[in-house]
Design a binder for this molecule. Structure first.
Ligand SMILES: [Zn+2]
Length: 81
């Protein structure tokens, strides 16, 4: 299973989060960049981290729900298992 190391912007805790627990906000699918939303294990707040193309591909591969924000194609939720 893919895991992602992120740093909480609020409490600066270093977290390793399974890809399935991430919620990816994809701003531009073609550009391959986006943001991943996660819940901090320590302060239980929602944090946002920027993900690049490689990480984003891994996120999508893991079946993480992706939301297209600025895309004209509004897919909404993709099916995830
Ligand atoms: Zn935190």
């Amino acid at each position: 299973m893919s895991q992602f190391a992120v740093i909480c912007p609020r409490c600066r805790a270093e977290l390793v989060i399974p890809a399935r627990r991430l919620l990816a906000h994809v701003e531009q699918l073609d550009a391959g960049s986006g943001e991943a939303v996660f819940t901090c294990l320590w302060c239980h707040r929602t944090g946002v981290t920027t993900v690049d193309g490689e990480a984003l591909a891994a996120v999508r591969e893991a079946g993480v729900t992706t939301l297209a924000l600025a895309s004209q194609r509004n897919r909404g939720r993709t099916s995830s298992r």
